[in-house]
Ligand binder design. Structure first.
Ligand code: HEM
Length: 209
């Protein structure tokens, strides 16, 4: 086994604070929206906990952004400029996940610190970090102080639009989590990728490519 240092410390901290906050926000968000169906905590407590983790997530997002801007590594999130290369890469990766992996074939993508994500990861993570997450944080912030942000809410089309966008992105993230965790178990062992997000080091079979 060869060890590659893939995840620098700021990203590991960002990732696990992010994951914990997401779980807390999904749970308290469900409590707020469906308060008659399940009442694990009071409505007031769920709103308070939701607000606290919402601000943790906003602060944490800027840690992620700051790290990538300062380190100059944001390009690992940007797909190949040639659409042909990008689409071919996505198809190759999808065939691996849907077929090759069950035949024991090697992963067509080899992660290195400068080329960490396969094309499908680049597409998913770029959309998440540049669009879905900022939009979720912004719509959450607006609903945290409806009066203070009333002009922003009007600009966005009203509170119903803001709330609907927030709930739709919640649905997206809840589904993303299932796929993300499944894919996270597809390392050389079921826990290899997850351990790597704690230690920073990804183990790779030297003979697999
Ligand atoms: C709680 C369950 C979670 C687990 C077990 C998990 C696991 C992992 C693992 C193993 C990686 C490294 C492999 C890879 O790059 O794909 C990773 C990366 C990543 N995860 Fe998660 N994750 C979780 C939650 C989340 C959530 C809620 C988000 C929401 C935004 C997220 C976003 C990301 C991103 C953007 C990366 C790439 C980070 C980078 O290297 O810059 N993860 N995750």
């Amino acid at each position: 086994m060869k060890k590659i240092y893939l995840h620098p410390l700021p990203i590991r901290i960002w990732h696990w604070v992010n994951a914990l906050s997401f779980l807390m926000l999904i749970f308290t968000g469900l409590q707020i929206r469906y308060r008659d169906m399940m009442r694990v905590m009071s409505f007031e407590t769920s709103v308070d906990v939701h607000n606290i983790f919402g601000f943790v997530l906003i602060f944490n997002f800027f840690i992620w952004l700051l790290y990538y801007v300062i380190s100059g590594k944001l390009k690992i999130y940007i797909p190949a400029l040639s659409p042909r290369k990008f689409i071919e890469g996505c198809i190759r990766q999808a065939i691996y996940y849907g077929y090759g992996i069950f035949r024991g074939e090697p992963n067509p993508h080899h992660s290195t610190p400068d080329n960490k994500f396969n094309p499908m990861q680049q597409m998913a993570y770029l959309n998440i970090m540049a669009m879905f997450l900022p939009l979720q944080l912004l719509t959450g912030l607006m609903m945290w102080d409806i009066k203070g942000f009333s002009s922003w809410i009007t600009l966005a089309g009203g509170i119903k639009i803001v709330d609907t966008v927030h709930v739709l992105i919640f649905l997206f993230f809840s589904s993303f989590l299932f796929v993300h965790i499944y894919l996270a178990t597809l390392g050389h062992t079921a826990t290899a990728h997850i351990k790597a997000m704690f230690t920073g080091f990804e183990e790779e079979d030297e003979h697999s490519h």
